[in-house]
Write a protein of this length. Structure first.
Length: 412
């Protein structure tokens, strides 16, 4: 049976492994499979390739290779940075935002159970961050501020350079989850001024199972994974050589495709988004138009459930999502959209389309051919639809007002 072509619009969840990256990996699965920590030549040559990959990943973010620690994923990198800041400072308070990836939100909940205090900063209705609220939240016992560089659901970009400068002025460490950024925006850790920065290789066309934590020179650091002396004593465990080498090659490609992401891919995203907002009624973009990642759009389709939309898209070979892959399956509306004040019914009808360098104009044409019929089909049977014969009471504005009242009572 011939496999149906996949039209992939979920690049913020994971990316196709680039053919060039696969080719780079193969020798380290078949021939150079030695342990890089071994003393003999067979292992030492593998170690050399790990260090070459470290230099390539460091170049991606304009760091010194000695500032790069390889990890298993972005989640480990985030947890490691926050854990180290708490341990080395002896302080008990962490600041993050309500729209972070679950790697931060769940770790914050874990820390609270351990007796630490966590402040979750709110965001504006367009997903942006009020720096005055951050300044007010910093306390003498604040160990670290962890704010994502760009939101994985809306693509909204936070002012990390300003966040880091504020942290420096207060003597507080600064970490950013930059997992969604490489290949889409240039990253310069020296310009940003952060103390820690997390990346995950599978977001930039490398395999799953390898990540990176940037640790600024002279920043005190305590390892999160304790074991051998790998990674200069900063992360125990035998290095995943094939994945690390793949990460290095993907970092090179990410720098080479920056222009394509910010021109052709951005134009495809804008065409897709503008067409939907113009031709499908009762739709709205979630999050600020700018500053935003060039590949991401999050659209609310009133009167439908996103999970039903995604199921019907999947039947015609289209992959999209209703938010983070790490929260898929939850019946609750997106915590990101909820933090932005989006009413639950609208949040549950929101779909994220995230494009990448392998998307084409034909892919967008195919999506726009099928999407209107799918939305109309679901609206025709939806009891939420005011035009549905069994429902003459639904009012999205009234629902929004009720939600705002509920949010206000919670804040009080």
């Amino acid at each position: 049976m011939e496999q149906q072509k996949v039209y992939y619009f979920d690049n913020n969840a994971t990316t196709r492994v680039a053919p060039e990256v696969v080719d780079t990996m193969i020798p380290f699965l078949r021939e150079y499979w030695g342990n890089p920590s071994s003393a003999y030549a067979f292992g030492a040559q593998v170690h050399g390739h790990v260090e070459a990959a470290r230099e390539k990943v460091a170049a991606l973010i304009h760091a010194d290779p000695k500032e790069v620690v390889f990890t298993s994923c972005g989640t480990e990198s985030n947890n490691s940075a926050i854990h180290s800041a708490l341990v080395t400072s002896g302080k008990r308070h962490v600041i993050t935002t309500r729209v972070e990836h679950s790697a931060n939100i769940s770790f914050g909940a874990h820390l609270e159970k351990m007796g630490f205090e966590v402040t979750y900063l709110p965001v504006e209705s367009d997903g942006s961050l009020d720096l005055h609220l951050l300044e007010q939240a910093i306390r003498p016992d604040t160990a670290v501020v962890s704010v994502m560089y760009a939101n994985n659901e809306t693509g909204v970009i936070f002012p990390i350079e300003e966040v880091a400068a504020l942290c420096r002025s207060k003597g507080v460490l600064c970490h950013t989850d930059a997992v969604q950024v490489p290949g889409k925006l240039p990253i310069d850790v020296k310009q940003l001024g952060v103390d820690f920065l997390s990346l995950s290789a599978h977001k930039l066309h490398a395999p799953k199972g390898v990540g990176m934590l940037y640790v600024k020179k002279r920043t005190r650091y305590t390892p999160y994974v304790i074991g051998g002396h790998q990674e200069r004593g900063r992360r125990g465990g035998t290095e995943s050589v094939a994945n690390i080498v793949a990460f290095g090659r993907a970092a090179e490609l990410a720098m080479a495709t920056l222009h394509d992401e910010n021109t052709r891919v951005r134009a495809l995203r804008d065409r897709l988004e503008n067409w939907i907002l113009t031709h499908i009624p009762n739709t709205v973009r979630n999050g600020a138009r700018e500053p935003r990642l060039p590949n991401t759009c999050n659209i609310a389709f009133d009167f439908v459930e996103a999970e039903a939309v995604l199921m019907l898209l999947d039947q015609v070979g289209i992959c999209a999502s209703s938010g983070s892959a790490c929260t898929t399956g939850s019946l609750d509306p997106s915590h990101v959209l909820t933090a932005m004040g989006v009413v639950p019914m609208r949040a549950r009808g929101s779909v994220r389309f995230s494009l990448g360098i392998y998307n084409t104009a034909e892919d967008v044409d195919y999506l726009l051919e099928h999407l209107p019929r799918i939305i109309q089909r679901l609206r025709d049977i939806s009891p939420l639809n005011p035009e549905h014969p069994d429902n003459d009471r639904y009012d999205i504005d009234a629902a929004r007002k009720k939600h705002e009242e509920e949010m206000a009572s919670v804040k009080e």
